[in-house]
Design a binder for this molecule. Structure first.
Ligand SMILES: [Zn+2]
Length: 147
């Protein structure tokens, strides 16, 4: 019997009427404690199910969603500015597949984010607006080529 079939026959989540919601919550980084509480599940079954059905991988590629939530919340709550800045920096380094991309301009970006004021960071977190003095990617690349 293939592993996936054996898993499905024993798994409370696979047979759960709200399986789709549970899967979606998991891959969008809802906390497993909250999922367990909300759907009355054991956390161990959630992890077993996630391993067997490849949800971990899907969640990994969804890391941008988690960072987006942090960045979005920055305008609502008094978020710790350092946490917002690191979320923005991490977001800038992660591609759509959830892979961490180290780029040469990372150091420049760090310096640029450090130069942004609290208001500018909040504007960026709220609607992605960068301050006028922020160099465009093309400018950054030409600087790199020059150096
Ligand atoms: Zn399952």
């Amino acid at each position: 019997m293939p592993d996936s079939v054996r898993h499905e026959s024993q798994c409370t989540i696979c047979a759960h009427p709200q399986r789709e919601e549970i899967d979606r919550d998991f891959v969008t980084w809802a906390s497993s404690t909250r999922i367990a509480k909300e759907y009355r599940l054991a956390r161990t079954s959630i992890y077993r199910h996630a391993h067997a059905t490849g949800l971990f991988l899907r969640r990994q590629t969804n890391v941008r969603t988690a960072l987006e939530k942090i960045i979005e919340r920055a305008s609502e709550v008094k978020a710790n500015a350092a946490a917002v800045v690191s979320a923005i920096q991490a977001y800038a380094k992660i591609n759509a597949q959830g892979q961490w991309i180290e780029r040469r301009e990372t150091v420049n970006l760090n310096e640029l984010f450090d130069r942004m004021s609290r208001e500018e960071l909040e504007a960026y977190a709220r609607d992605g607006a960068l301050p006028g003095w922020f160099p465009t990617r093309a400018e950054q690349e030409s600087n790199q080529n020059a150096s």
